[in-house]
Design a protein around this ligand. Sequence first.
Ligand SMILES: [Zn+2]
Length: 234
Amino acid sequence: MILAYHRINPWYRDDALTVFPEDFEKQMGYLIKRKFKPVLPEEYTSNFSPSTVDYSLFLISFDDGYADNLWYALPVLRNFGIKPIIFLTANYIGTEGIFERYKDREKDRFLNWQEVKEMLVDGVVFGSHSLSHPHLPQVGNDRLQAEVAESKKILEDKTGREVNFFCYPYGDFDERVIESVQKAGYKGAFVTPGIRRKIKRSVYTLPRTGIYGHNDFLTFQIKIWKDYLTERYF
Ligand SMILES: [Zn+2]
């Protein structure tokens, strides 16, 4: 299973995208205790096919690249030996820009490149979440190509690592977008939680389960087991 988070911090009780650090810790502890095995994206996707996938594997992902991933998520993940994939919106990394739903330039900022490099040491994997977070099916071919391929190149230049995975902003994609992601050389792509549309399941439409701030621990457990059973039997 692939879990999708955005932010981990103690500040925003009413923000769906924010999970409190103590809740996050409890969630990760639960997965480990129930013998789910944390893997890297490469391991998760390398032999991906519905008949060969090991359903006890899990992957933790974060979208957008918030600095609180470093401040609050990484210490927890490090403790449990879990290495996440973080999808960076390349043009926002190291800038003053923040997303509209937030206000605090320090608390709500994105990672900078120095922090990204620090996180590589802990085994964090970085993927692309495009250049500027648009609805990709709505942009023209040139812009699509830039959002998909240029973001890969920027991230590779800055990290010195191959960037093999893409995450569709807003979970929005169509056949043309998938084709462009394939053409750019990505080995896989992730879909936004809740979008288990009737899509052909492939390594370019990997479904994720979203964990939100308003999910209590019972809801978390139900999501985990529902995910496990869905992947296993349906
Ligand atoms: Zn996003």
